[in-house]
Write a protein that binds this ligand. Structure first.
Ligand SMILES: [Zn+2]
Ligand SMILES: [Zn+2]
Length: 123
């Protein structure tokens, strides 16, 4: 994979298999995905906006539990590797660099069951 950005996990009850399992979260500029490590349920998010934004500019309106995580990731805007806000709701996925405020906003695109590494999405 050419670009390294968000790669983290969140352990919670899976919406699909209803087991407590790691939800593997990956994001690059072109796509974000959340994959259940237990059943392979995958949600794909596609980028909509990339900009330096104010905190809370993309507060999710969600139909169920919103995950608010804080992974360390390299920012493509300021180049600092540091904490990012990572907010995952049922229909959106937002990351924001703590250092410069650079925000990636992704919108839910599709879901499927099965393994499809994000590496294969590269052209
Ligand atoms: Zn699952
Ligand atoms: Zn930054």
């Amino acid at each position: 994979m050419g670009e390294r950005f968000i790669f983290t996990k969140h352990r919670t009850v899976c919406y699909h298999c209803h087991e407590e399992a790691d939800q593997v979260i990956k994001a690059v500029s072109s796509q974000a995905q959340v994959v259940c490590a237990n059943c392979g349920a995958t949600r794909i998010f596609l980028p909509r906006v990339e900009e330096v934004g104010a905190e809370g500019a993309y507060t999710p309106i969600s139909c169920y539990e919103v995950w608010h995580l804080e992974p360390t990731a390299p920012c493509k805007n300021c180049g600092v590797e540091g904490p990012h806000d990572l907010i995952v709701g049922c229909n959106q996925f937002t990351t924001r660099c703590h250092n410069c405020g650079y925000t990636h906003f992704y919108k839910f695109n599709l879901e499927y069951i099965g393994q499809c590494p994000i590496e294969e999405e590269e052209v």
